[in-house]
Design a protein around this ligand. Structure first.
Ligand code: ADP
Ligand code: MG
Length: 700
């Protein structure tokens, strides 16, 4: 069969070897198929002109008709530039060109009528267009210019523009492609699906998405292509899940002595309904004879650790070992400390392994692990090392999964011939549509209920001007016996600058909170693990009242007496991170506060983030705002899911299409699990293409 999609881009009319090279390098366009899926990011109706008085500098592309009033060329040689004053009777703008003057200069003459098209900006208090598209017009003919109509706008890099691939040139090339596409793009969806969702045909969709007859046509085309893309993604995910469901797993037949003893004697509070439900789900999973792959999602403070511990006891009762892996040393220690405490008076042996375990300790520990004397191992990435060998690892718990990649998860698998059950815990709330897609290869459990008697955290926004007010408030809370976190952002690229921020902040706090009335702790990434631990312990024991820290405390630290979280430069944090940080307080019975410090002036996005935090404590609402503000590309975890490979659909915006695609995928696989029937062959071929692309995207 003739493969239109596979044709080499070089042979398309208007491309040729040089432009093909640029397309490959800059846009990863190798074939006709790549170009067909190189979608315009928007369309402009160039038939729609506005007047200069209607232009605002935050507008994107606009079209204006007018006359050149004055021309000026400045500089010489390479730094030469051309500028012109352009007016339409309602106002004037400046047009400027820095390159390609040879072509432009002859056209730009005083008194010439032009239609211009471009993106307005402000320069030296003057509205200007830099490198607008122009067309010379005859003012006596009203329906000019000729090229009016709907124009697709393609993403282009500087290099592309310099090598003859401007957005306009790209549009000309796709025009040629669309002409050839007619009669060459077979349908892959059944008539049934097409009519149920009223979808445009595949061929029409690919043509209309590039060169639509109207904006409404473009919209229909996009709907169809989004549906197709999401359907293929869902089919791939569901297939993976079907295959995975067949991996044999250990059978935990009984609830034994350890589990029961713990539940009756050591658990000093009632589990929430949600915690009970999740424990049941895990018990059911581990009885099936297949491997469990479950994601446990619960807001910060919802009590995931207990659920993890009870699952691990279940493994121990059935003769297996279990391990818990945390993303940082501090967290691993914290888990070790609280789990050891929970297991007080029980015979379950638990140990800690991290990068800073001594060689001597390590040797003893590894021996006990290998001969099965050790039941539970808690640690960091150190658990993944080759010399960590379990006698019979039955369950792996991974805390805060976004810090671990798929490859690391797989590595834990390989420690057994039969893979252990996997429980992944995350506090990052995921909007439901996204969860459906993102973690489609995991079963999902949600703890959607906080332990009782928690007072909602009060969140306030203060600016740098309110610092005295802030210090006064902090003193007031400390006088009541509370403890306080003050957190500074840590951004990898400028670690030294961040450290300076932290140290400056520490100094000013030291001055406002002098010894001996106040004691301060400081923790940051450049400190040795044992020093960090020492400071954490002092704070935990209540020996210090203020903990000044970078985001190392982001995850999991549990100090119930700490009731105030001050976040400095909070405009530099993302929503998910702000929510995580806020979750460090509100763990005791006292009223807790989160104070977001920012500069006076905030960008629109930063302002919305801060307002969202002030308005709600609900992790799901925050996740939804996050998705809306940033798109799924930046959400934690999306890198692993193939979601980033989406070319046209947008998980945040296209919720309804996600649902329809999900529903359709389930239906197709129910009728034809192997996708063996003739009518599903075209779909299967496309799926395989897609799956392969995602695979390469993952390993590169
Ligand atoms: P997460 O890991 O989900 O953020 P943790 O497991 O650290 O939450 O629990 C937060 C705090 O709540 C801990 O101090 C824990 O002992 C306590 N806790 C957990 N479950 C309950 C419950 N059902 N009732 C009361 N307190 C609970
Ligand atoms: Mg936790």
């Amino acid at each position: 069969m003739f493969d239109f999609f596979g044709q080499n881009i070089e042979y398309l009319k208007g491309v040729g070897p040089a432009k093909a090279q640029t397309l490959r390098q800059e846009a990863h366009v190798f074939t006709y198929g790549d170009l067909l899926t190189y979608f315009p990011f928007r369309y402009i109706d160039k038939g729609h002109f506005i007047t200069i008085s209607q232009i605002r500098d935050d507008q994107s592309y606009v079209a204006v008709k007018g006359k050149i009033l004055k021309v000026e060329s400045k500089g010489f040689g390479k730094s030469k530039r051309l500028s012109a004053v352009f007016g339409d009777g309602t106002g004037t703008v400046e047009l400027t060109w820095f390159s390609g003057l040879k072509w432009i200069e002859p056209k730009i003459r005083q008194g010439v009528y032009l239609s211009i098209f471009g993106k307005p900006s402000i320069y030296n208090h003057q509205l200007q267009f830099s490198h607008p598209e122009i067309e010379v017009i005859d003012p006596n003919k009203p329906d000019q210019p000729q090229s009016a109509g709907i124009q697709p706008l393609y993403p282009t890099t500087e290099t592309m523009k310099n090598r003859g691939l401007s957005p306009k040139a790209m549009a000309a090339i796709t025009q040629n492609l669309c002409k050839q596409a007619e009669g060459s793009i077979p349908e892959i969806l059944s008539q049934d699906i097409l009519s149920r969702y009223q979808l445009m045909s595949r061929e029409q969709a690919f043509i209309q998405v590039h060169h639509p007859l109207s904006l409404a046509h473009a919209d229909c085309a996009r709907q169809r292509l989004k549906f197709e893309e999401l359907l293929l993604l869902q089919l791939n995910i569901l297939k993976q899940k079907m295959n995975r469901g067949k991996t044999p797993g250990f059978v935990f037949t009984k609830v034994g002595d350890n589990f029961n003893y713990f539940y009756q004697n050591n658990l000093n509070f009632e589990l929430t309904g949600a915690q009970k439900r999740v424990v049941k789900e895990i018990r059911a999973d581990t009885r099936t004879g297949f491997q469990m792959n479950r994601l446990l999602q619960g807001d910060v403070g919802s009590g995931k650790t207990i659920v993890a511990l009870m699952s691990m006891l279940l493994a121990v009762d059935n003769g297996f070992q279990a391990c818990l892996m945390a993303p940082t040393e501090i967290l691993a220690r914290q888990h070790f400390a609280s789990i050891s405490k929970y297991l007080n008076t029980m015979k379950v042996r638990v140990a800690l392994l991290t990068g800073s375990s001594t060689k001597k300790d390590r040797t003893v520990l590894l021996n006990m692990l290998a001969d099965g004397q050790l039941h539970l191992l808690i640690g960091t990435h150190a658990l993944l090392e080759d010399n960590v060998v379990f006698k019979n690892l039955g369950l792996v718990v991974i805390d805060e999964q976004h810090r671990f990649g798929v490859a690391q998860r797989a590595k834990l698998w390989n420690k057994n011939s039969v893979p252990p059950h996997i429980l992944v815990m995350t506090a990052t709330p995921i909007p439901r549509t996204l969860g459906m897609t993102l973690y489609g290869d995991l079963d999902l459990s949600v703890i959607d209920e906080l332990p009782p008697n928690r007072k909602p955290i009060k969140t306030l926004h203060l600016t740098d001007h309110d610092r005295l007010k802030l210090f006064a408030f902090m003193k007031q809370e400390i006088a009541k016996g509370r403890q306080i976190y003050v957190v500074y952002p840590l951004i990898q690229e400028s670690e030294t600058l961040d450290l300076k921020d932290l140290m400056d902040g520490y100094e000013s706090i030291s001055r406002a909170f002098p010894i001996p009335d106040y004691q301060l702790s400081i923790v940051h990434g450049k400190m040795k693990a044992e020093d960090k631990e020492f400071e954490m312990q002092r704070f935990k024991k209540g020996e210090t009242q203020i903990m000044v820290a970078t985001t190392v405390i982001e995850v999991g630290v549990d100090v119930p007496n700490a009731s105030v979280m001050v976040i400095e430069n909070s405009e530099r944090f993302g929503l998910a991170q702000l929510h995580q940080l806020r979750g460090r307080v509100g763990r005791g019975a006292e009223q807790s506060y989160c104070i977001l410090m920012t500069a006076d002036k905030l960008s629109k996005d930063a302002n919305e983030r801060i307002n969202t935090m002030v308005a709600t404590n609900d992790g799901f609402k925050i996740a939804e705002a996050d998705l809306r503000l940033r798109g799924p590309g930046d959400l934690q975890g999306t890198q692993q899911s193939g979601l980033l490979a989406l070319k046209i659909a947008d998980i945040a915006q296209d919720e309804n299409i996600v649902r329809a695609a999900r529903h359709t995928a389930v239906e197709i696989l129910q009728q034809d699990p192997a996708l063996a029937s003739p009518k599903n062959q075209a779909l299967l071929r496309e799926m395989k293409k897609n799956g392969k692309e995602n695979f390469w995207a993952k390993i590169s």
